[in-house]
Design a protein around this ligand. Structure first.
Ligand code: PMP
Length: 391
């Protein structure tokens, strides 16, 4: 079809630069092993931290919900698409997070966009870490508020921004709880102290901390003992929770406001019954099977130590997100391809997703990887790393 030559030209440039990648297609369920291009490989690239995507309890609850309530909801939440299970789950989430209320969005992405774009005006300022997730950045692009970016996890630079914006009506400081590309944890206690000192609101995006950090996976606020001092907690239901969705946990007034003003919430159909029911079952699993989180951390320590012992550079990671930083984009892709040959799937990530010269293969171990599988992965990294001259 004609009319797309401007796109074709750009795609050709990506192909020349080696950054055009077809989608990786799974031909199996999302487990510690997956089938890709007909080959069984160990999965090191999913966010399925606790292995809940295939948990029997989630699957059974989802099937029962389909039988009882159908496949879809037929409406947005604000018209005819709020089912009792949506509200019951939100109350349960709020309880879990120790907040007054919670509101579920279709994804973590739309939760961030929905909150940031709706609660501020042109008299306000949003202050954001330079490495925050794309959904926070897009939320900021959609708000009328003024914006300030502070240096990554740098309280001094944040304080400077807070001092310089004292005339604003409201300041909202936003940070990822765990940064998705480097696996480092935000210095939330320092951020909270500064926000208290300068009377600013704090919002944390716990996409990679939900189900991972804090008691039963309650996130960074619980991890640091900051309950009641962080105004807005965003989380995802798509990673450790194993299903799909995002949520905002905070005061009732925030929920009341968002259901009237957050556009992704207002103008997009609610979660199908199977999704909500499975998410609810996942919360039960977090509470009843905390050993999954223990295993996740045991596996994380084992794998990180193994990579470091082999001589790989894993940056500042403090969580199951462990980047193997190699430098050039092409080398990261070669490492990923070589790992695949060795039976391991770990995606290469290059500029613009990460800074130039910091290309990497990003790995995420899960609670359901066996020791044996992780040993196989380390052996694959050793073989591939030596072959490519990385170690
Ligand atoms: N925030 C962060 C930090 C993330 O890494 C992601 C997922 N890539 C999201 C938000 C979006 O979550 P979801 O996949 O549920 O849309």
């Amino acid at each position: 079809m004609n009319g797309f030559s401007h796109l074709e030209q750009e795609i050709q440039e990506w192909k020349t630069a080696g950054t055009f990648r077809p989608l990786t297609v799974l031909e199996s369920e999302q487990g510690s092993k997956v089938i890709i291009r007909g080959k069984e490989v160990i999965q090191l690239s999913s966010n399925n931290y606790l292995g809940l995507t295939t948990h029997p309890r989630l699957k059974k609850t989802a099937l029962e919900a389909v039988e009882k309530y159908g496949a879809g909801t037929g409406s947005v939440r604000t018209i005819a698409g709020t089912f009792s299970m949506h509200e019951t789950f939100e109350q349960r989430l709020a309880e879990f997070k120790h907040t007054e209320a919670a509101l579920v969005f279709q994804s973590g992405f739309t939760a961030n966009v929905g909150v940031i774009s709706s609660i501020l005006t042109d008299q306000d300022v949003v202050i954001s870490d330079e490495l925050n997730h794309a959904s926070i950045i897009d939320g900021i692009r959609l708000t009328k508020a003024n914006r300030r970016i502070y240096k990554h996890s740098d309280p001094d630079d944040l304080e400077k921004a807070l001092k310089e914006t004292q005339n604003a009506r409201v300041r909202l400081v936003v940070t990822d709880g765990v940064f998705s590309m480097d696996g480092d944890i935000a210095p939330l206690p320092e951020i909270v102290e500064l926000c208290e000192k300068y009377d600013a609101l704090v919002m944390v995006d716990d996409a990679h901390a939900s189900g991972v950090l804090g008691k039963n996976g309650r996130g960074t606020v619980d991890h640091f003992g900051l309950h009641g001092r962080v105004h807005i907690q965003v989380g995802t239901l798509s990673k450790a929770i194993g299903v799909l969705g995002g949520y905002v946990a905070g005061p009732q007034v925030l929920r009341d406001y968002l259901i009237h003003r957050a556009r992704p919430f207002l103008f997009s159909t609610s979660h199908p019954p199977a999704v909500t029911a499975a998410c609810h079952a996942a919360l039960d699993v977090l509470l009843e099977e905390p050993e999954r989180i223990d295993r996740l951390w045991e596996n994380t320590r084992f794998f990180k130590e193994g990579l470091t012992a082999l001589g790989f550079e894993t940056g500042k990671s403090e969580t199951p997100v462990t980047p193997v930083i190699v430098g050039e984009g092409a080398l990261a892709m070669q490492l990923s391809d070589q790992l695949f040959e060795e039976g391991v799937y770990a995606q290469g990530i290059a500029y613009p997703t990460v800074p130039k010269g910091k290309a990497r293969v990003r790995t995420i171990v899960t609670a359901v990887h066996t020791k044996e599988e992780l040993e196989t992965c380390l052996h694959a990294f050793e073989q591939a790393g030596k072959k490519l001259g990385i170690i």
